[in-house]
Design a binder for this molecule. Structure first.
Ligand code: ATP
Ligand code: MG
Length: 267
């Protein structure tokens, strides 16, 4: 057990910031095990900030986006889940579980390549029960021209063929590149105005740690629906309106938090 593992196991569960601290330390632990890039810590912090504003809860807009996202994945011919270091460190088990329920392949795709990182993520996912992980055979990877970063490399059996790509915690450039390649993109991003959020077809503005368990639950229900019913869920979803609603919610929450803070603040 690393010193960080010890630390978060010692946080009492009734601590007001218990969950936030637990996930923060999972990210640090992930970095120590090479799973998370150093910059991943900063990205996590940006996410935490938005989550704080949203009250660290899944809101109605996110629920609607999750319903539409799951329907799109279930209807896809070749759905792929793109996995980065932070997502793997935070929710390896849920990624594997969702991949099985939704019949979508897992493909590792990293912004920061470091020796040993792919192997560390592969081991983590395999320990969580994953089989046939894509994006791990360096020699067969192909490059998509639309991108200059390390993430231009995709698996010929995965994202290259995919019609729908699920990209939790994505980078904006790559989301844009995937769109230019004609893919439908589903993003999870707590920042509703990141380039990722704006470019995606379906933007889930919520924390990945809450989104994946919800997606598993919804997928189990939606698998019982007919194709036409799934198509209807997608048709009724409006991503632009959903992002607008998420932004309105931020304004509402800040107003509320301002009032609460002012009750305590003295002149
Ligand atoms: P973009 O590249 O899309 O313009 P960015 O460059 O501002 O976005 P990145 O560093 O590429 O941001 O990615 C980090 C993003 O991931 C941030 O927008 C952050 O809010 C989001 N994020 C971080 N952790 C989580 C999480 N646990 N759940 C959901 N979103 C998260
Ligand atoms: Mg970015």
């Amino acid at each position: 057990m690393s010193p960080n593992e010890n630390f978060y196991h010692e946080i009492p569960e009734d601590h007001p910031r218990y969950l936030s601290l637990k996930y923060r330390h999972k990210i640090i632990e992930g970095m120590e095990k090479l799973i998370v890039a150093e910059a991943g810590l900063i990205a996590h912090g940006r996410g935490e900030c938005f989550d704080y504003i949203f009250g660290e809860k899944t809101n109605e807009n996110a629920k609607k986006a999750i319903e539409a996202a799951v329907a799109l994945l279930l209807l896809a011919k070749h759905p792929v889940i793109s996995v980065n270091g932070n997502t793997a460190a935070l929710c390896a088990k849920e990624l594997v579980n969702f991949s099985n329920v939704a019949n979508a392949q897992l493909e590792v795709n990293l912004f920061y390549a470091k020796e040993g990182r792919i192997e560390a993520i592969k081991a983590l996912l395999e320990n969580a029960g994953a089989k046939n992980i894509l994006g791990i055979k360096e020699d067969i990877m192909i490059e998509i021209q639309e991108l200059s970063s390390n993430r231009r490399k995709v698996d010929p059996h995965g994202i290259k063929l995919a019609d729908v790509v699920f990209v939790p915690l994505e980078d904006g450039d790559r989301t844009e590149a995937l769109k230019k390649l004609g893919k439908k993109v589903i993003a999870v991003d707590l920042n509703p105005i990141s380039r990722t959020s704006i470019w995606a077809d379906i933007t889930i503005v919520d924390n990945i740690v809450r989104v994946l368990p919800k997606m598993i639950e919804i997928a189990k229900k939606q698998k019982k629906l007919k194709k036409g019913e799934l198509q209807k869920i997608i048709k009724l979803f409006n991503n632009k309106k959903n992002i607008q609603d998420a932004l309105d919610l931020i304004i509402k929450h800040i107003e509320k938090q301002k009032k609460e803070a002012f009750k305590i603040l003295k002149d």
